[in-house]
Design a protein around this ligand. Structure first.
Ligand SMILES: [Mn+2]
Length: 345
């Protein structure tokens, strides 16, 4: 029996902060929300929330962007709005969440309002370095029940491109513990539409696959990518009942487990999925409660350290994905990241 899709990269709308941001974000989020048939009251809340996010970025942030997308999880769908910037950070988050007015003149203004408007709201800030906000609006009466491992991911195309050659997906898997998940991170060689086709194809094969070990899934996607330009690809199996991660990868995908402030790297082999794959090897690391698995393409620098992100890793996985991408992404490539956090809804 094949696993059920838990989450995957879909269409992601990146809006850079400029004078037209608020209007553009409002229009885009309205379209996404109506596309999911959210009630008008909820559409209005989503529109107000992104307007607040946009206004906040324009007034106070350095190098800000909004990210708008539909996320799907176990048969449920939501509109998700992310705000990413490079500073100056929020001085006192709990206070800003309580009362936007008390944070007047800083990035925190309106935070309380956003938190009340969203079904689920999250914030992570690094003083002087940047803030990520997430607001989610669920269709069909709310978030699905989830297991002990939460997942999310994010992609950003290289400047000037509309489509991204990096892709990620998460599915359930039989033959392991009841809450085990398979994660895929794929970086189609190069960028632009041809790279995006490779990444989309990898996602399809992953979604339709029935193998249960990372090495077998890697080999299956390798076969499915024959005839394309190929990809760097890594597959991880996260099993909370065994408290272990197993990973098979080919090419340049960074994969590491953050636990107790330290990072354990999981090696990939040289090779190009779809073109040339050596005999897969599998590497393992402990994955205790509180640990986070982070996999990302070479569109992010691998020099970051957990200590650079105080307070981030116990958070909602979407904040982890967004803040690591926000801080570590290089501008000269597509960027993609997928995250699994043990012990969070
Ligand atoms: Mn790349």
């Amino acid at each position: 029996m094949k696993g059920a899709l838990v989450a995957e990269a879909g269409d992601v709308h990146w809006l850079r902060a400029d004078v037209a941001l608020a209007a553009a974000a409002r229009r885009q989020v309205g379209q996404l929300a109506r596309g999911l048939c959210l009630p008008e009251e909820q559409v209005a809340r989503a529109e107000l929330c992104v307007t607040e996010m946009a206004t906040n970025l324009l007034k106070h942030a350095v190098d800000g962007s909004l990210v708008l997308r539909v996320v799907r999880a176990r048969g449920h769908a939501a509109v998700e709005c992310l705000s990413l910037d490079s500073g100056p950070g929020i001085e006192d988050v709990p206070r800003a969440l309580r009362d936007g007015m008390s944070a007047a003149g800083s990035l925190g203004i309106g935070l309380g309002a956003m938190g009340r408007l969203a079904d689920v709201f999250g914030v992570h800030t690094l003083r002087g370095r940047g803030t990520v906000l997430s607001a989610r609006f669920w269709a069909d009466g709310g978030a699905p029940a989830s297991g002990p491992v939460g997942t999310s991911g994010l992609t950003r195309p290289i400047g000037g491109e509309q489509v991204c050659g990096d892709s990620w997906a998460v599915r359930t898997v039989d033959g392991h513990g009841p809450d085990a998940l398979l994660l895929m991170m794929c970086d189609g060689l190069g960028h632009g539409p041809l790279a995006a086709r490779v990444a989309d194809r990898a996602r399809e094969v992953f979604r339709d696959g029935h193998h249960t070990s990372p090495a077998d899934v890697l080999a299956e996607i390798h076969r499915g990518l024959r005839g394309t330009r190929g990809a760097a690809l890594a597959i991880a199996l996260v099993d909370p009942s065994e408290q272990r991660v197993r990973l098979s990868g080919a090419g340049n995908i960074t994969a590491l487990v953050v636990a107790d402030g330290a990072r354990t790297g999981l090696l990939s082999m040289p090779g190009i999925a779809g073109v040339q794959l050596p005999r897969p090897r599998t590497f393992e690391a402990p994955f205790p409660p509180g640990a986070a698995l982070v996999m990302h393409s070479d569109g992010l620098s691998d020099r970051w350290k957990p200590a650079d992100f105080p307070g981030l890793f116990p958070q909602d996985p979407v904040l982890v994905a967004a803040q690591v991408l926000n801080q570590a992404a290089v501008r000269k490539d597509d960027a993609g990241i997928v995250v699994a956090v043990h012990g969070r809804p």
